[in-house]
Ligand binder design. Sequence first.
Ligand code: GLA
Length: 774
Amino acid sequence: MIRENNKLFALDTPTTSYLFQVNETGHLEHLHYGRKFQLQAGDLNALEDKHRHTIGDEPAYDEDHPTLFLENLPMEYSTEGKGDYRVPMVVVDHDGGFTTLDFIYQNHLITAGKQTIPHQGAQAYGSVQNCMSLRVELRDSQLPIFLVLSYTVFEDSDVILRFSQLINKTDHHIYIRKLDSLQLDLSDANWDLVTFNGAWARERIMERAHLRHGSHVNESRSGLSSSDHNPLLLLARPDATEKQGEVIGYNLIYSGNHKEEVEVSPFGKTRLVGGINESAFLWKLPSGSTFTSPEAILTYSTEGFEGVSTRFHRFVNEHIVRGVWKWRERPVLCNSWEAAYFDFDENKLLNLARSAAALGAELFVVDDGWFGSRNDDTSSLGDWFPSPQKIPSGLSALSDKIHNLGMMFGLWIEPEMVNKESQLYLKHPDWVIAIPGRKPSVGRHQYILDLTRKEVRDYLYDAIGKVFSEADVNYVKWDCNRLFTDLYTVNDEVRNMGEFPHRYVLGLYELLDRFTKAFPNVLFEGCASGGQRFDLGMLCYVQQIWCSDNTDALDRIAIQEGTSYGYPLSAIGCHVSTAPNHQTLRMTSLETRANIAFFGAFGYEMDLGALSREEKQQVREQIAFFKQFRAVFQYGTFHRNRHGNITQWTVVSQDKRTLLVLWNQERMTVNGPNDILLVPEAEDGALYEVLSRPQELELASLGARVARKVAPLTNLSKNPNATVSASMEHYLVSGGLLKYAGIKLPEQFLGCGFDADSRILGDMGGRIYLIRKQ
Ligand code: GLA
């Protein structure tokens, strides 16, 4: 709901309210973002910033307003030159380095629904039933340069979306040095900044630090939204926990260089600005034209981090992900990468697929290596036709065979890249991003194609689209395996090299748009060396994203948990891989690996045919279990209840009748305290049945002595793969007990006694509990 009364704007969602007003000088003064309350007469005056006195050396806005200091006014936007020395949201060079502007309110418009801007790429969507928008137009006090601030309120997810536009109505071009998507000025600085940082193979690890005076920057300059610093950012009260306390969530719907800056002013106010990174950005805006920023979203909750992530999950599933896969359960996949890397032929693929189909997988993905003469990562990117050596009967024959096994057929592609060793490069060396006269840098033996150029996009669309149609492809993994350097283009539509990074992203979005529209039934999964481009921009086109190249279960706990703060589980690609793990060499049981991977778009990335009979049986049961509860894992509400060494993740079905709880210990504590299963999500007054998922214990992992105790009749030397069923737990308990007291779990094996109820877990051991309301 958006209301305007006497130039006071109230943007309400069911639990939040966002208030600002046009002040006496025509600036937009921010008044409140947070918990919703009933506005009474008199509130407005109380909410306004009070400026009655001059302040030392601070410049006042003008002689008529000697006590109005923009430096200390909470505002909806800011620019340079009029005494606000905090980080600006807009910087325009309108005359040879002259950047002073002063945007003053002109008019506004409130409409039902949400505006879509043509040729702008990734954007959220909504209908007249579930959202409402406001557009406020401001003009510089002197020049016909306009700033438009747009707001959309999404009732169903408590989200407010913002973007901004600059319109140049002068008779000459101007340069935009910076145009952020939003600015949020908060009245105090008692916030912790929470960001999601990392690198390749350790993406989106949550970090939290209290704000101090000055600026904190969260940014990417590598051309991708990056695994170094995801655009997702939270501001939390220092006492905020998973379930309680005030948290503000921010994210950007963008896949390129982004920058968020949080600044605490000398007066203890906090400013958040976020949008396209101004580094390497300079946009030439000709007379009469408009530049539009990407969209950014905000949410707010008093229910801690969980409140924010639940809202974001709902928003992403409802207003970002689109097409036939929206709210649809994702197929259990089997991917060839860690099973075979580049080393396969058609027979090997078929064998992998047969064993996957036999165990219940629904989608077989041929990862890297199927095209051109690609046998390692030095060649063939760009040559999008099946390798005659590896797949002699062609992709459509292979696809038919996979379909005949009852599985969907998926393919890996990396459209944005080219190897020098390729037919494409021989023909079009000038399609590569490079600066004339300089040797371009290289990453993974590959170069980036200039997607700002229409002929490049057309080639990719034609070549790859042909493969998709001929081979009846049902799933595509869209990869991107290097970062950007040597930013330059010969495309003369790009008026200035400072436009190039953003125009590349728009070119990428255009290409993704063409593919996703032409192949509406295909399930797309994004990927960039794992999770280098895990963002809401990509999720406007792809329905899920490969979370990380690191498939180690222990590392995945932090990676998946960090990702879950902003992104729904249905969008997070999670695979079970082999042990020892290929990235960490860590040994983890097959059951634990599955328990962690269940919380997402689940699959396997290993040679399932090479498993022992016992392991195959475990996989068969894991897949069957997952299919039964897939809707809960992917679309239930997700709760993080970490306590020390224990990761506890819970998903609750939409009807709240089914709960699945992961209880996993990172490290075994010998003779430790009682383990208690406390489930805060249970409902007091209800009755629940609690069952542990049947799991197998690999006897060899226990050592001969313990194995003899646990399974005296099994001869390990005869069958080194032998397993035994883990103890089962079964309880019928009240919701109040689950919620407030917790179930005291049976003791863990600790080297002394043992009986049929002992839980043998070890390091990285745990269980899934299936909890059903009676
Ligand atoms: C990237 C991806 C992997 C795999 C390889 C193939 O690293 O993240 O999953 O597809 O490329 O080269």
